[in-house]
Design a protein around this ligand. Structure first.
Ligand SMILES: C[S@@+](CC[C@H](N)C(=O)[O-])C[C@H]1O[C@@H](n2cnc3c(N)ncnc32)[C@H](O)[C@@H]1O
Length: 230
């Protein structure tokens, strides 16, 4: 690892220590978390819920990322049949579009959606659907890149073919952009930002959203927002 990168990583680790805010919000709310720290926190939060949990992984892609101790049933939904076919761990696989698929209100205790809504034109409507599908006391977990971050800005500025080239040649993912594999085209509706998500919560009675920023230098991923909306 180069010296500059090591310095930057050290700085990020320093910043990842929880900071107390004068607003009186929970000290963790604005902490910058590593990828692993975020996953551990999510696991702990879900394991603390009374099971068995009915979980919807919305835009599930190829891999469920959380090893949970609490019993759960997992419904995976995706638009991409190749990604869905790669999943062997689902109790129920649903091929469909989050904008049109139907689930009964209050069908899920947890909805987990990671790096999906930036790819959806009409993300706000999808979020409204998530809120309808959640049982009372349920938890919505949304991870998205912030459209207002430098990363979000660059992604919006550059064409899709450049994203594919970036993944193929810089991230060394030769299959990037082939069926069942990202990157997927992005839309970045206004709600795909910390500000947009906070406003959405305000309008929809989600009174105390937790918003975290996440960074993993192991994979050179930039800062992203991960919101817990309960
Ligand atoms: C970047 S991948 C993320 C996959 C997985 N959640 C993860 O974290 O690895 C985005 C996924 O969202 C799916 N997707 C995009 N738009 C969708 C929509 N409107 N309805 C359902 N799935 C969608 C894509 O097919 C793809 O599998």
């Amino acid at each position: 690892m180069g010296e500059g990168l090591m310095r930057e990583r050290k700085l990020l680790e320093e910043r990842a220590k929880p900071t107390t805010l004068s607003s009186g919000r929970s000290p963790m709310q604005y902490a910058l978390l590593s990828w692993d720290a975020m996953s551990s926190m999510l696991r702990a939060r879900l394991d603390a819920l009374p099971g068995p949990l009915r979980i919807l992984e919305a835009g599930c892609g190829r891999l469920w990322p959380l090893k949970l101790s609490v019993p759960f049933t997992l419904t995976g939904l995706d638009l991409d049949p190749d990604a869905l076919a790669a999943r062997k761990d689902l109790d129920r696989a649903v091929l469909g579009d989050l904008r049109t698929v139907e689930f009964a209100p209050r069908s899920f205790d947890v909805i987990y959606s990671a790096f999906v809504l930036e790819h959806v034109s009409g993300a706000q409507q999808v979020l409204e659907r998530f809120v309808r599908w959640l049982a009372p006391g349920g938890m919505l977990i949304v991870k998205v890149p912030d459209r207002d971050s430098a990363y979000g800005f660059m992604t919006r500025l550059t064409p899709y073919w450049a994203h594919v080239m970036f993944h193929r040649y810089l991230l060394r993912q030769p299959l990037a952009g082939t069926p069942g594999r990202g990157p997927y085209p992005t839309y970045y509706d206004a709600v795909i930002s910390e500000r947009g998500l906070r406003e959405f919560c305000g309008r929809n009675g989600l009174t105390a959203p937790e918003v975290y920023r996440q960074c993993s230098y192991a994979t050179f991923r930039p800062v992203r927002v991960a919101a817990f909306l309960t």
